[in-house]
Design a protein around this ligand. Structure first.
Ligand code: HEM
Length: 139
């Protein structure tokens, strides 16, 4: 693969999206394992916020990965501009902050509250909103 191909933003979104999807599907298998082996630190009432946070990390991570795959596949149809490059950066930030915040929020829990890591979630949400709005303007 040539350097031009690897630095093509559309291809970067495709590659990032597929690897992110694999990552969050592996998290799904891990959650499945916790259910199968009735792991108390995931399923008990005292750690209930952990289950919620990690389920949300899994679901949002997988769905944002699909957004990156869609953007990668559609890249050549969008009008190139600095705005599109900004959208791309916002969506990379959202893919890290939103599911990452949920995951960190479940790592250390203070029932009934999740951990402090959850503060990254709304920041990621803003990046997701702005990124999608910028892409919409380039269609
Ligand atoms: C594109 C792929 C996927 C998407 C978009 C996705 C999305 C979701 C969503 C939205 C939930 C929350 C459901 C609810 O609580 O009402 C969920 C839960 C779950 N998913 Fe996935 N999922 C995907 C793939 C997988 C895979 C491959 C596995 C592993 C076999 C998996 C395992 C689980 C488990 C175990 C839960 C329940 C967690 C719990 O409640 O403790 N998921 N998923």
């Amino acid at each position: 693969m040539s350097d031009a191909e690897t630095s093509d933003p559309g291809r970067q979104h495709l590659r990032f999206g597929f690897y992110a999807l694999l990552t969050f599907i592996v998290l799904g298998f891990l959650l499945e394992f916790f259910h199968g082996f009735r792991i108390g630190s995931y399923l008990s009432e005292e750690t209930e916020p952990r289950r919620l946070m990690w389920t949300l990390a899994h679901a949002h991570g997988a769905l944002i990965a699909l957004i990156h795959i869609t953007l990668g596949a559609a890249w050549s149809q969008l009008r190139p501009s600095p705005r599109l490059r900004m959208a791309s950066l916002c969506l990379f930030a959202a893919a890290v902050l939103l599911p990452g915040g949920f995951f960190l929020g479940g790592l250390f829990v203070y029932p009934p509250d999740p951990g402090l890591g959850v503060v990254f979630v709304p920041i990621g949400g803003v990046f997701l909103f702005v990124g999608l709005a910028l892409v919409a303007r380039q269609t």
